[in-house]
Write a protein that binds this ligand. Structure first.
Ligand SMILES: Nc1ncnc2c1ncn2[C@@H]1O[C@H](COP(=O)(O)OP(=O)(O)O)[C@@H](O)[C@H]1O
Ligand SMILES: [Mg+2]
Length: 307
């Protein structure tokens, strides 16, 4: 059996003279939630579309369940549930009619079709809106319907392109719970997001920038391997003035405001030294503690090196 359920080897996609995906390699293991992270325009959707066999790579290879995605696109499509970033639903059909339409595309008929439609509506809590026209649904509900449509045929591999973009926190939470449930049943999930905090829901992630992968690993591995120095969390007055001052302290490699605190990444500085430097500039510091690096810190660290 292949080691990976999805594997890309030296994958390249050029649009004219522009290289959108620049020789990337990664593997997703069976049963894993694999996060594909990176800012808008870095090449996530282009990669996903090559994995689904919807566009042909300029060079390199994609294997899905050990099969070449370009040569065996049809066979692979049956195994994949794909929710595109601009998911297409029919506004003038009800929730139920939309599902019926997609069930038809997947070749589900009769009793099986009814059973699967009920199951996915239960999973996504859509039973109460089954007769409602899609045009009247919130973004969160539309997203749940699009997800329902993509899992109707019980795919072994689920590929979600920015599924949480623009949805409210409750819908977001619910979606991650569902992704977890789907993987505990044995499916493999590849999910893209530009929200770094969402990576915490993934078993492993890769970070992309300008068409290239800059690091791959579990969130914990990335935090420990990619972050040099330490993270300090500072509770102080005049937060934005403090941010300005802190970012000029030699040894502070990154400074940001996180909630009501200052979040600093530092090299070879003690808590005491940073506290003194802030106080010297007139900032009153209530407390300063060792903090934990976030995946946003990781991205800033690796992206800074890559550019
Ligand atoms: N069909 C296309 N023709 C030309 N350029 C494209 C096409 N699709 C995507 N691009 C460009 O490739 C880059 C990566 O796009 P995309 O994969 O959609 O990024 P992401 O999903 O990470 O936001 C962008 O600069 C985008 O404008
Ligand atoms: Mg995209």
């Amino acid at each position: 059996m292949a080691e990976f359920e999805i594997e890309c080897r030296n994958l390249v996609k050029k649009f004219g003279g522009f290289t959108a995906v620049n020789s990337i390699s990664f593997g997703v293991k069976k049963g894993e939630i694999f996060g594909f992270l990176g800012p808008n325009g870095c090449g996530k959707s282009t990669t996903i579309r090559m994995v689904c066999g919807l566009i042909i790579p300029t060079s390199g290879q994609v294997f899905v369940s050990g099969k070449d995605a370009t040569l065996e696109a049809e066979a692979i499509r049956q195994r994949i549930g794909y929710m595109s970033q601009k998911f297409s639903l029919y506004d003038d059909l009800t929730v139920e009619e939309n599902l019926e339409f997609f069930a038809g595309i997947y070749g589900l008929r009769g009793q099986i079709r009814r059973k699967r439609m009920d199951e996915v509506m239960d999973m996504n809590d859509l039973q109460s809106v089954r007769q409602i026209l899609v045009a009247g649904l919130s973004t969160g509900l539309r997203q749940r319907l699009a997800l329902s449509a993509s899992i109707l045929h019980s795919p072994e591999i689920l590929i979600l392109d920015e599924p949480t973009s623009g949805v409210d926190p409750l819908s977001r939470r619910r979606l991650w719970n569902l992704i977890n449930e789907i993987t505990t049943q044995g499916a493999t999930v590849l999910v893209t997001t530009h929200a770094m905090d969402e990576a915490e829901h993934c078993h492993r992630v890769t970070m992309m920038q300008s068409g290239q992968l800059v690091c791959t690993g579990s969130p914990a591995e990335l935090r420990s391997s990619q972050i040099k120095g330490q993270v300090f969390s500072v509770d102080c007055a005049s937060l934005f003035q403090a941010l300005n001052i802190a970012s000029k302290i030699p040894g502070v490699i990154d400074a940001s405001v996180m909630g009501s605190r200052l979040h600093l990444r530092v090299l070879d500085l003690s808590l005491q030294q940073v506290q003194s430097a802030l106080i010297k500039e007139g900032i009153s510091v209530a407390s300063i503690d060792l903090g934990e690096a976030t995946l946003e810190d990781v991205f800033v660290a690796v992206a800074g090196v890559a550019t």
